[in-house]
Structure formats: structure tokens, C-alpha cells
Design a protein around this ligand. Structure first.
Ligand code: PMP
Ligand code: GLN
Length: 380
């Protein structure tokens, strides 16, 4: 067996969701909405499924979706993208991340990762033979220290993986931070693998900026999106990669042996979603921001220190009111005893994590958020 994987625990999202099902807890752990995305998109998938063909589509994705991804790069980021040589569809952003790391990183290459980090990055970097260089950012501000980041780069750096908007921090990288990353990548001839799955989940009038849109970065950035997040259809597992041809080619070589293709009916429906008007995208973000505010205010009333969240599905809080110092223990006990599941932030660290923060997912119906707060209030 492979020690890179055998030593790992089951991903925390599965652990907490399973426990929530077993105990009947309200699941504010794993990030998924409790209302499915636009009916128009789901109907388009159903129609395509019945009309067929339900056979292998092109390995790179159906042209309709690849065109729609190229168009949305232009629409939201002013990027000029050739759908044929620069866009590929994957089975979820998770596959896109895996393909990108395996396709670009060779044994001995250094890869800069920012902690807290989404849990699939590190094992895949290790599997590629890459040497992780971890840079930690800390709550409550989660700001990047320029000196620390610069110190993580060397002439052996092949890539940096960033996640903006960032899970679990709810941080949206500023232009200055992205410029710092861009400068370092240019100086050290490195790539950015940009996990931008929450690109449309940005609040309070802020805008998500893709590192690909920065001067000089068009040829260095692999940009990854997810229909799951953009359209509240997390089970569909439709991801998309935008990258210059010289980077997309090796990534596609991995994709052809990982999944090869992705269901064409879902792809066709996602193409339609990407073409929805601004009212969809604006309403979606505004609706989520209101949920963030609702849950944050309720948690603050219960005595939690709620950290600001500028994007994603998540808010983080301290464990204080729970009276259990260890975040993992706190989440397990809260799930079993209060009937509300959350995710320990320590799961987003390679080692030596802070253990006093937990993450709540707010993309749930208002009555579910209210019921969760009531349960917590009764228990505390
Ligand atoms: N990256 C981040 C930061 C995530 O939170 C998630 C969670 N869904 C993913 C990637 C995976 O996206 P997908 O479901 O499209 O594979
Ligand atoms: N991205 C989701 C989260 O952070 C989980 C997705 C998964 O379970 N792989 O909760």
C-alpha cells in the first residue's frame, strides 16, 4: 500500500457528515447547500439525459461547455481564452486540482502551500514527489506576511497553490497579496494553481480577482472553477480548468487516465448556467451574504467570537463557549450532544495546528440556521 495515503484519516468532511446522519444532527459541517441550484439548469440536464446520447463525450469536455467557460473568463475577468486549447472540463474541481498538481510537479520540485489548506492539496503534492513549503496565515486577520511568503520560494519552486476565496478562512485575497504572489512567481519562474471554486461567493461589494488577470500572469496560472459551488449543485462534480496551452497539455495527460470524461448531460446544463444573467450571480451572492449574517449574529449572541467572512460558504469561530479546548473534540461533542455539526479548523493543517477554531457552513435554509442556533442555545 501507499504510505502517502494509508497514513491519512478519512477526510473530515465525510467524518462529520456521517456523524451528523447517524446522530440526526443539523449538518453545518461539510460545505453543501440544502436547496438545489436553479431549476432551469436541472431541467436542462434532465432533457439532455433523455435526449442522449449518453456515451463518452470528448475527453476535453463538450464544446458547448468549454465555450461557456471561455466566455465566462471574459465576462468576469476580461480574459481572452481560446476554448479549444485553453479549457478542459473535469469531474469536479477536486479532479482538476489533482490533474494540475500531477501534471505540473515533478519529483524534487518545491510547491508552496498556504495553511490552513484544503485537505486534498498536500497528499497529491506528495504523490507527485513534490516538496511542500508551507506558509501559515493566522486568524483572526489571515493576512499574508510578505517576508514569510518570499522565504518559502526558491529556485526549486515549481508552483504555489492558492485558494481564493479561501476555505475555511472566508478570506478573499487582496490585489496586493495576489501581486506579491505574482512577483514571486515571475522572479522564481513558478506557476500558480488557483483554486477559485468560490469565485462567485464573494460578499459586501468585494470582487474576486483571479491571479490570471494580473499583468504577466496569463501564461503562469492554472485557474480552477466548480459548477458545484457556482450553481449549488455540489453532487454534479463538474469542474473546469483554464490554463495556457503549454500548461493545459500536461494536465490533460493526467485527466485522460484519471476520469477521461465527465457526464455530457450535466456539462450541457452547466454551460447554460454559466450563461445566466447578472441577476442570477448577484442574487446568489446577496442571498448567501444574508445567511452569513444571520448565522454570524446568532453565534455571536451565544458568545462565540465570530471571525469575518468575505466569501465562501463558511464562517469560523473560536471554541470558547463550548468549554472544550480541542476543536475536534468540541465538534464531535457538539454534534452528539447539541445536534449541530461543524468542522474543526485543525483539519486544514499538515501538523501542529491551532485547536481553538471551528468552521460553520451557512448555506442552509433560514429555518435550518435558526433551528441550529436554538439547539446550540439550549445546550450551552
Ligand atoms: N476546493 C475547495 C477549496 C473546496 O472547498 C472544494 C469543496 N467542494 C473543492 C475544491 C472541490 O470542489 P468539487 O466538489 O468541484 O470537486
Ligand atoms: N469543500 C467542502 C468543504 O469544505 C467539502 C467537499 C468534500 O467533502 N470533499 O466542506
Amino acid at each position: 500500500t501507499n504510505p502517502i495515503f494509508t497514513g491519512l484519516p478519512t477526510t473530515i468532511f465525510e467524518v462529520m457528515s456521517r456523524l451528523a446522519v447517524e446522530t440526526g444532527a443539523i449538518n453545518l459541517g461539510q460545505g453543501f447547500p440544502d436547496v438545489d441550484g436553479p431549476e432551469e439548469i436541472r431541467r436542462a440536464a434532465a432533457d439532455a439525459l433523455m435526449a442522449g446520447p449518453n456515451q463518452y463525450p470528448s475527453m476535453m469536455g463538450i464544446p458547448e461547455l468549454r465555450r461557456a467557460v471561455a466566455e465566462s473568463n471574459r465576462r468576469f475577468h476580461g480574459l481572452d481564452v481560446d476554448w479549444q486549447s485553453e479549457v478542459m472540463v473535469t469531474s469536479g474541481a477536486t479532479e482538476a486540482i489533482c490533474d494540475s498538481i500531477l501534471g505540473l510537479v515533478s519529483p524534487g520540485d518545491e510547491v508552496v502551500l498556504i495553511e490552513p489548506l484544503y485537505d486534498c492539496y498536500l497528499p497529491i503534492v506528495r504523490q507527485a514527489g513534490g516538496i511542500p513549503k508551507l506558509v501559515r496565515i493566522a486568524p483572526p486577520t489571515w493576512t499574508i506576511d510578505p517576508d514569510q511568503l518570499a522565504a518559502a520560494f526558491s529556485d526549486r519552486t515549481k508552483a504555489i497553490v492558492i485558494n481564493t476565496p479561501m476555505n475555511p478562512a472566508g478570506k478573499v485575497f487582496t490585489e496586493a497579496e495576489l501581486q506579491l504572489i505574482a512577483d514571486l512567481c515571475q522572479k522564481h519562474d513558478a506557476y500558480v494553481i488557483a483554486d477559485e471554486v468560490y469565485e462567485h461567493l464573494v460578499y459586501d461589494g468585494r470582487r474576486h480577482l483571479s491571479p490570471m488577470a494580473l499583468p504577466g500572469m496569463r501564461e503562469r496560472v492554472v485557474r480552477i472553477g466548480s459548477a458545484g459551488k457556482t450553481f449549488s449543485l455540489t453532487a454534479w462534480k463538474i469542474g473546469y480548468v483554464t490554463a495556457p496551452p503549454h500548461l493545459l497539455a500536461p494536465i490533460a495527460k493526467v485527466h485522460q487516465f484519471v476520469t477521461f470524461t465527465t457526464p455530457p448531460d450535466l456539462q450541457a446544463a452547466v454551460a447554460r448556467g454559466l450563461r445566466l444573467g447578472d441577476d442570477y450571480y448577484e442574487g446568489f451572492a446577496a442571498g448567501l451574504a444574508a445567511k452569513r449574517d444571520r448565522l454570524s449574529a446568532g453565534l455571536a449572541d451565544l458568545g462565540f467570537e465570530v471571525l469575518p467572512s468575505a466569501g465562501t460558504y463558511f464562517v469560523t469561530t473560536d471554541v470558547g463557549p463550548l468549554g472544550i479546548a480541542d476543536d475536534r473534540e468540541a465538534c464531535l461533542t457538539m454534534t452528539r450532544e447539541a445536534g449541530v455539526a461543524a468542522v474543526p479548523v485543525s483539519a486544514f493543517y499538515a501538523s501542529d495546528p491551532p485547536t481553538n477554531y471551528i468552521r460553520f457552513c451557512f448555506c442552509k435554509r433560514d429555518e435550518v440556521l435558526d433551528e441550529a442556533l436554538e439547539r446550540l442555545g439550549r445546550w450551552l
